[in-house]
Write a protein that binds this ligand. Structure first.
Ligand code: GAL
Length: 386
């Protein structure tokens, strides 16, 4: 394995020592090179080959391109060779991607699953090859081959969305339209569960009337839902995270709704891509006077929608933090240490040690402070922000 010497400035204060692994190891063995002190320039020997492999679900949603950019920055700054591959909505491609990365000698796999259950086979293969597996953003279920999970506080995402609708409902009897993410994504359950935890009491007290889900109506007196009950509702209101599917479902829901189920409405939309297409569909309906619609991810297009008053809120999940948390974990793993975690998530087989990051609700009022002043985006990316 060829080696090259890099002079790097370690910007990450959490990197106290940099350890560089054998390029094609299958044993998680690490080789210690130069000790480096954070925030100093130093020469380190880097093995060629890929040390950290990253697999993301699709390039078709801006959310994952944000993550890719953060990974590439933070991993190269930390001196790791890495490769990011996209599964393009296919679990088969995802498995091939994992196999490709294993053959390139990765020691750590950071993977955001296309389908949380289907990904079990791919990560089991990685584990057998001695790779440490970090589930990224979406939990992989039904296997003990997940070592760690790095995630945002997904329950709080749903709570933030539900609470926003409550705070902006137009009074008793507000029609409520519910939409969810893909049933193959564990997060879709957690988001909906979080939203339900605050919305259900407001359905029970008559603030909201659920319009588009007979399954949710059948369960509206239950404050806590089982996984199966959540699955039954999600089966009826899923967008599959697909904005075209979201649009057709919203159109069908509005076609079936009576005039008194329109007027001033609230819409639980699970993320930004689906929120924009659902919002456009509701905006085009002459019987919808006003709508309040949620989102998630702070995608640029949705930030413009928020500035323009076409989307009500989004939930900002700072991908800089999630990528940095994953890299901190990778450093610890390559260092032979146990990464620090702050909670666990049960994946039906094991409690996966997890690191969880907080989320922030973004509206017209704080969009500049949260996204521009923090330099996540530049004001030039938008029309109407100074
Ligand atoms: C979720 C993720 C969200 C959203 C969605 C669609 O798992 O947490 O941020 O992007 O997938 O890709």
């Amino acid at each position: 394995m060829k080696k090259r010497v890099l002079s790097i400035v370690l910007a990450l204060s959490m990197v106290a020592t940099l350890l560089v692994g054998c390029g094609n190891n299958t044993t998680n063995e690490v080789e210690k090179t130069n000790e480096v002190v954070a925030d100093t320039t130093t020469d380190v020997v880097v093995e060629e080959g890929v040390q950290v492999g990253i697999v993301l679900p699709t390039k078709d949603e801006p959310r994952w391109l944000q993550d890719q950019a953060q990974f590439e920055t933070v991993l190269s700054d930390a001196g790791f060779t890495n490769q990011v591959l996209f599964s393009q909505g296919s679990s088969a491609t995802e498995k091939t991607n994992v196999e490709t990365l294993i053959s390139q000698g990765i020691e750590v796999l950071i993977i955001c699953a296309q389908d949380g259950a289907a990904a079990a086979a791919a990560v089991e293969e990685a584990k057998e090859a001695g790779v440490t597996v970090i589930a990224y953003d979406r939990l992989i279920t039904g296997t003990d081959a997940v070592d760690y999970y790095v995630t945002f506080d997904s329950f709080s995402v749903g709570v933030a969305q539900g609470q926003y609708l409550i705070d902006n409902a137009s009074g008793a009897g507000t029609p409520l339209y519910l939409y969810s993410g893909a049933a193959t994504d564990n997060n879709a359950f957690i988001f909906f569960d979080g939203a339900w935890s605050v919305l259900q009491p407001k359905v029970a007290d008559g603030t909201f009337v659920i319009v588009n889900s007979s399954e949710a109506v059948a369960l509206q007196d239950k404050s806590e839902l089982t996984r199966d009950e959540l699955g039954t509702i999600i089966g009826q209101i899923t967008t599959d995270w697909d904005f075209n599917k979201a649009k057709s479902l919203a159109e069908a829901n509005l076609t079936n709704a009576s005039t008194d189920q329109k007027g001033d409405v609230c819409i639980l939309a699970p993320n930004d891509g689906t929120a924009r297409s659902i919002a456009d569909t509701f905006a085009a309906d002459a019987d919808v006077a006003t709508y309040v619609v949620t989102g998630q991810d702070a995608e640029k297009a949705s930030i413009q929608y928020i500035i323009d008053g076409k989307q009500s809120m989004t939930v900002f999940k700072d991908t800089r933090t999630l990528a940095a948390d994953s890299v901190t974990m990778a450093v610890a793993i390559l260092n032979g240490e146990t990464p620090s975690t702050d909670t666990t998530y049960n994946n039906t087989v094991i409690d996966v040690p997890s690191k969880q990051t907080a989320i922030v609700t973004v509206t017209q009022d704080n969009v500049k402070a949260v996204l521009i002043d923090s330099e996540y985006y530049s004001a030039d990316d938008f029309v109407g922000v100074e």
